[in-house]
Design a protein around this ligand. Structure first.
Ligand code: C2O
Ligand code: CU
Ligand code: CU
Length: 538
């Protein structure tokens, strides 16, 4: 049944090989390049899953089914609760326990290359879903890793070279939950009171088929759809009881950033972020959630009237992208609000309804929100292994594409300062490179003008979770003021939203695993245009 396209495989390998010999003298070629197609007999898996990516027709909206790419999974070995199917186009939820050894045999049955990444999980290079490990139709890749992450919410999605945006858009994503002993002692809402909430924006044709078109502006801003999907379906009504819930929110959108809030003004209570539970619950008026970020919400419906509703919304904000001129010193800013609304997509100038919680049944004995959740060592600048060195991640633009550290993604390329000693803790500064912009634009700008589009970028780093050390904003304007109270800055993160004019410093451990680990913008259109680089951990 399976047909292996050897030519395609050889082509992929040669592409990577070309880069490799040019930039990686001494790098263990055979090892790094090997498609891991067979299980390791000495890896004693507690959980074994067969995961297949293939085309399918699924119900997303009422009416005709939608043609999608979808992850299908079969549990071969392990606790039955490991897999939880969702009705829409997302892959099943993978429920892991800390300490479990997991083997996932991934089969690509799509007519294009594919690779799967376990976003937020701390796994070895060969198990991380780097695009150099893409397999073609008919091939398999064996992922084997121990679950080291603490309790929390991660996700998995395709990470195929220049195809991540289109493959995730068509459905190649799913949620991962991780549980551990610390969490179990907390007695947080569980079972039916622990619910996923994956938010994605999509556009559909009249026949209910997914539409992905990038007009000129969306090539820069990223794709914005006109329909919100929750857990892979358009139906966003969730029936709840009068009790406290744990809601695991993932922004699985390609580029849309949400400003999440309850419609009746109830503050948002966060108990977890990307990397797991917070030290203690945090109350915010609203929460900014950029692509790939997660937030775990605590919402208690007890005391609410049967038949009433509480809606999770995305509120308006005005950080629409604007152009900055790369000349004339300070740079002239010209607001271009509403750009995101072109082509019929939902704008960010209005309220968007995300999910309606319908209070349907009265129950008693709601658990109380714990005052403390988990213990956490707060990293400071003093924790850096080399206090004199700050690793730069500059955001720039050249030839109408966004870049990191002045370069576009190249499969195995890294610069000297992108070499990170294993088992170190690094201070990393993420900032907008306005000088580089002026330089880069010379001769490359339209009509001879040095223009750069300044926009928010959710920067994601593979490997271990990091902590936010500081956020600095050059000249907070009304746009920034409309979002600044929505950042969850305490807790472990793997993705941080960097606003125009903002500089963010993080502290990131690089323990256990050597090799190439990606960092990139998780606006998937930006990622696919090359806004991605490698750290080489050695
Ligand atoms: Cu979720 Cu490298 O990405
Ligand atoms: Cu990732
Ligand atoms: Cu970006």
């Amino acid at each position: 049944m399976t047909h292996i396209n050897h030519n395609r495989r050889r082509f992929l390998q040669n592409v990577a090989l070309g880069t490799l010999t040019a930039t990686l003298p001494g790098f263990a070629l055979g090892e790094s390049q090997r498609i891991n197609s067979a299980p390791n007999p000495s890896f004693k898996a507690d959980v074994e899953i067969a995961l297949t990516a293939r085309m399918a027709d699924v119900p997303i909206r009422s009416g005709a089914q939608t043609h999608v790419f979808k992850y299908f999974a079969k549990l071969l070995n392990g606790p039955p609760a490991t897999l939880k199917e969702l009705p829409g186009y997302l892959g099943p939820i993978l429920n892991f326990q800390q300490g479990q050894k997991v083997r996932i045999v991934f089969y690509n049955e799509l007519p294009e290359p594919c690779v799967t990444h376990w976003h937020g999980m701390h796994v070895p290079q060969m198990m991380d879903g780097h695009p150099m490990y893409a397999i073609v139709q008919g091939e398999q890749y064996v992922y084997e890793f121990e679950v080291k992450n603490p309790a929390g919410t991660c996700w998995y999605h395709s990470h195929t070279h220049e195809m991540t945006a289109t493959q995730v858009y068509q459905g190649l994503a799913g949620l991962i939950t991780i549980s551990d002993e610390v969490e179990q002692k907390l007695d947080l809402p569980s079972g039916e009171y622990d619910i996923p909430l994956v938010i994605q924006d999509r556009s559909f044709s009249n026949g209910n088929q997914l539409r992905y078109v990038l007009n000129m502006h969306q090539r820069m801003t990223g794709f914005l759809g006109d329909t919100i999907l929750v857990n892979g379906q358009e139906n966003n009504k969730i029936r709840v009881k009068t009790k406290a819930y744990r809601v695991r929110v993932l922004n699985g959108s390609n580029s849309r950033i949400y400003k999440l809030a309850w419609d009746d003004g109830t503050p948002m209570t966060a108990i977890g972020s990307d990397g797991g539970l917070l030290q203690k619950p945090e109350r915010l008026p609203y929460i900014m959630l950029a692509p790939a970020e997660r937030v775990e919400l605590w919402i208690d419906f007890s005391g609410r009237k049967i038949g009433s509703e509480l809606t999770l919304q995305s509120l308006p904000y005005n950080i629409a992208p604007h152009m900055e001129r790369g000349m004339g010193g300070g740079g002239m800013r010209q607001g271009m609000r509403g750009m995101g609304t072109m082509g019929g997509a939902l704008g960010q100038d209005g309220v968007i309804s995300i999910a309606q919680f319908q209070i349907a049944e009265e129950v008693s004995d709601s658990p109380k929100l714990p005052a403390e959740l988990v213990s956490m060592h707060h990293l400071t600048a003093q924790d850096a292994s080399n206090p004199d060195k700050i690793v730069p991640v500059s955001i720039g633009m050249r030839h109408m594409t966004f870049q990191l550290n002045g370069r576009t993604f190249d499969m195995q390329d890294y610069l000297e300062f992108e070499k990170i000693p294993v088992n170190s803790v690094q201070r990393i500064r993420i900032f907008h490179d306005n000088q580089g912009m002026g330089r880069g634009m010379r001769g490359g700008g339209r009509g001879g003008m040095g223009m750069m589009m300044s926009m928010p970028h959710p920067i994601h780093l593979h490997g271990q979770q990091f902590q936010i050390l500081s956020r600095k904003h050059a000249n907070a304007d009304s746009g920034y003021n409309s979002i600044k109270d929505g950042f969850l800055n305490n807790g472990w993160k793997d993705t941080v939203l960097v606003m125009p004019g903002e500089e963010v410093e993080i502290m990131k451990p690089f323990k256990d695993y050597t090799g190439l680990f990606l960092y990139h913008c998780h606006n998937l259109e930006h990622e696919d245009m090359g806004m991605m680089r490698n750290f080489y951990v050695s």
